[in-house]
Design a protein around this ligand. Sequence first.
Ligand SMILES: *Cc1c(COP(=O)(O)O)cnc(C)c1O
Length: 418
Amino acid sequence: MHFFTYKGNELYAEDVPVRTLAERYGTPLYIYSYSTVLRHFRAYDEAFASYPHIICYALKANTNGALLRLLAKSGSGADIVSGGELFRALKAGIPPEKIVYAGVGKTEAEIMTALKNRVLMFNVESEDELREIDRVAGRMKVKAPIALRINPDINAQTHPYISTGMKEHKFGISIGSALQNYGLAARLKNIEVVGLQKHIGSQITKISPYVEAMEKILLLLDTLRSRKFRIRYLDIGGGLGISYKDEKPPVPADLARKLLPLINGRKLTLIMEPGRSIVGNAGILITRALYLKKGAGKEFVIVDAGMNDLMRPSLYDAYHHIQPVIMNKRAAVTADVVGPICESGDFLAKKRRMPKVNRGEYLAVMSAGAYGMSMSSTYNSRPQAAEVMVKGSTHSLIRKRGTLDDLVRDEVIPGFLK
Ligand SMILES: *Cc1c(COP(=O)(O)O)cnc(C)c1O
């Protein structure tokens, strides 16, 4: 559910006409709906209300500070994967005791900063990393709270690039060597074992992989507890899908209905790490049709947003619905919607059956709130898009459009070239 709807033939973001925003702030423009983000967050919070839980929003889906502030004010924690994300989470007011730290390549400096700020726990992805955290914690004379990220060898039945929970993936510690690694963790003096984590992938549209993974993980949890490990946090990761096209993914309430019976009676705090399902459908990307071009047997709509603004179609062959901001009656055509970047992979849609586009009009690329702006770049020296948040009938710029100066600000011309 989201609050981007047509009133008459005009697309609105909550109570604001999208065209007004495009004219005011320019394009390409990301627009986020405050009420949609809040609604998605609350859907989790309410579904799991009967069980102790922390919702740790996965920052990498979208790191805009205004979105983070909204989530922080709603009681969200954070799932971070770098020192940069830790910085953003803390700056937005997310308390460190609600921050979990994942990622296969944590550096010494990042580990130190996370320990100094007393994050809730490190989700450790290898034996080497466990030893490194122990070493750094020892030097700082603190105990590092950790969970092991266990790879349950489950097929999440999603795109291979966003599937993470099978044994051939780089993530986590294989379930077969879990006990051995927990044993090591118990022997390391500066490590305190507090949790167990898994995350099997992204854009998961079925409930069965969650149930299957949970059952496997709970067997391990019970074994650990019988061996006197004090596991307090069970972190089931994120990954719940959204509807891009016609998918019918489960909602948090479905997840709660299936998962809570499995853990009721066990004393735990449940942690979830949703990213896409919080912000994905809470954002759209507005672009303008610059040119129309007839190719050999196909039509191109050339727009002012490219793969640097929204990489998902190029990277994952992902589907995003694209529709005119003013939807008047017109014929349907089949077209490729492409950006201005000098790459054949620069497209937003291919062979898309869509309303015939008029030159100069605004188009809305739907479901662009997650892995859109956060994956964007300035490739082809294109300043980054602006971002706006709408709440009811009010709207506010939450990130200024990039400038030409931004493109070169951090470059240095060496003395020998002066
Ligand atoms: C990416 C990621 C998430 C969030 O995934 P979504 O599909 O956006 O919900 C959660 N946890 C970990 C460890 C991740 O890498």
